[in-house]
Design a binder for this molecule. Structure first.
Ligand code: C5P
Length: 141
C-alpha cells in the first residue's frame, strides 16, 4: 500500500553518476548515445551506473576508463550538481562531477561520437531530460 499522502507511483531507483570533463579552453565533453540503447542519438555527460558496493567516485573513475579510455583519480573529481528525474519506468538520481585533470585523449569506445562544447552552447545538443537541468550549473562555472 502506498504511504499515506503519497500519490507518486513507485519506480525503481537508478543511481547513475556523470562527469563533465572540462578542458583548458573551458569546453565540456559530451557524448552521443549509440544506436540500440535507450535515448539513442541524444547527447549526455559521460558516466554510468553505480554498481553495488561502489562509491560514486569509484564508479565514475571506472566508467571514464571503460567509455573514454581516460584515467583520473578521486582528488580530481569535484561534485557540482545533482539530477533527480522520473522516467516512466524508473527514477534516476544522477550526481554530476567536474573533472579538469585526466590522462589520455578521450575516445568514443561506447558512444557514437564525442564533442567538446562551450557550456553556453550545450543547449544546441538534444539531451535526455535528466541531463538538461545540469547545464545551468556548467554555465555558472
Ligand atoms: O546508460 P544507460 O542506458 O545504462 O542508462 C540507463 C538509463 O538511465 C537510461 O535509459 C536513461 O533513462 C537514464 N540516463 C539518463 N541520462 C544519462 C544516462 C542515463 O537519463 N546521462
Amino acid at each position: 500500500m502506498p504511504a499515506s499522502g503519497s500519490s507518486a507511483p513507485s519506480r525503481p531507483l537508478l543511481l547513475v553518476v556523470a562527469c563533465a570533463l572540462v578542458d583548458a579552453d573551458r569546453r565540456v565533453l559530451i557524448a552521443q548515445r549509440p544506436e540500440g540503447k535507450a535515448l539513442a542519438g541524444l547527447w549526455e555527460f559521460p558516466g554510468g551506473k553505480v554498481e553495488p558496493g561502489e562509491t560514486p567516485e569509484a564508479a565514475l573513475i571506472r566508467e571514464l576508463g571503460e567509455e573514454l579510455a581516460v584515467e583520473t583519480k578521486q582528488a580530481c573529481l569535484a561534485p557540482l550538481s545533482f539530477a533527480s528525474h522520473s522516467y516512466e519506468n524508473l527514477h534516476l538520481l544522477m550526481p554530476l562531477y567536474v573533472c579538469r585533470k585526466w590522462q589520455g585523449t578521450p575516445q568514443a569506445r561506447e558512444h557514437a561520437a564525442l564533442k567538446w562544447v562551450r557550456p553556453q552552447k550545450l543547449r544546441d545538443y538534444p539531451m535526455p531530460p535528466a541531463d538538461e537541468p545540469l547545464i545551468a550549473a556548467l554555465c555558472d562555472l
